[in-house]
Ligand binder design. Structure first.
Ligand code: MG
Length: 266
């Protein structure tokens, strides 16, 4: 059974109702991020270019996607750390070029994915740099990803997420202005803020077990994102707490419940 986080509702609601100049309350708008793109759409597949386009076309704030680095330094878009049982980080890009996604696409490289995303300039590209067994490989991944972003002129359109705290700190060290959000759920908002990390992006189970999280994050001045929220009741509950972002495999439902992303263009 879910643990109720009702006791924080009144506190959070009070914080959300920031008075506008005319005395009317400003309504907090939860933004929707498609998890691995809008991959449930027809003709789509997880982490495909089609999933990016479809998430952008329905009005998501952005799409999350996963990046691994091959042994020869090519950043690939794939969730698992292997493809058909072959470890990405220990093998060359050439090893994977014949693989096809469920919709027939080849595996996108980071460059091809970002170039596609650049066609939707108001749409955020939320790059998850995946952990690797070797911290040096993680450091190399960060360098390749951030150099590619820089070459394409997309610094303002990307955000970074990672389970590895080493990766988060490497990104901040390279660009203190980058938006970096931590995934692993084991650090307090105050510690994240102190390390220059812009937000937390935690599993919904952690949100349920730590209902004070939202107020603590707000007090620390960092953003909140919860993954992977696919259930309507969970979405409604989190929206009521003023969560900043929902990461979901059901972006159309989330957009419906949040009232879309109107007025959020940055
Ligand atoms: Mg991911």
């Amino acid at each position: 059974m879910k643990r109720s986080i009702i006791p924080v509702v009144m506190l959070v609601a009070a914080v959300m109702l920031v008075a506008c100049g005319d005395g009317s309350p400003a309504v907090h708008q939860t933004k929707v991020i498609a998890h691995r793109g809008y991959w449930k759409a027809e003709g789509s597949a997880q982490n495909s270019l089609a999933s990016l386009r479809k998430a952008a076309e329905i009005g998501c704030y952005g799409t999350e996607f996963d990046v691994h680095l091959t042994s020869d330094g090519v950043a690939l878009i794939n969730h698992d750390d292997d493809i058909d049982g072959v470890a990405i980080w220990k093998n060359s890009y050439e090893t994977f070029t014949d693989h096809r996604l469920a919709n027939g696409e080849t595996i996108p490289t980071l460059r091809s994915y970002l170039e596609e995303g650049a066609k939707y300039p108001d749409f955020k590209l939320v790059i998850e740099i995946k952990s690797a067994p070797d911290p040096a490989h993680e450091t190399r991944s960060v360098a390749v990803v951030m150099d590619t972003v820089e070459e394409l002129g997309l610094r303002e359109q990307v955000e970074y997420i990672a389970f590895s705290y080493h990766i988060c700190k490497e990104i901040v060290a390279r660009d203190p202005s980058a938006t970096v959000v931590y995934l692993n759920g084991d650090t307090t908002p105050e510690e994240l803020r102190a390390d220059g990390i812009a937000g937390l992006d935690y599993n919904i189970k952690i949100a349920r077990n730590n209902p004070a999280l939202f107020g603590d994050a707000r007090a620390a001045g960092i953003t909140t994102n919860i993954w992977t929220v696919n259930d309507e009741a969970d979405m409604r509950e989190l929206i009521s707490y003023g969560v900043d972002f929902l990461t979901t495999d059901q972006p159309e439902l989330a957009l419906e419940l949040t009232g879309g992303n109107a007025g959020q263009a940055e």
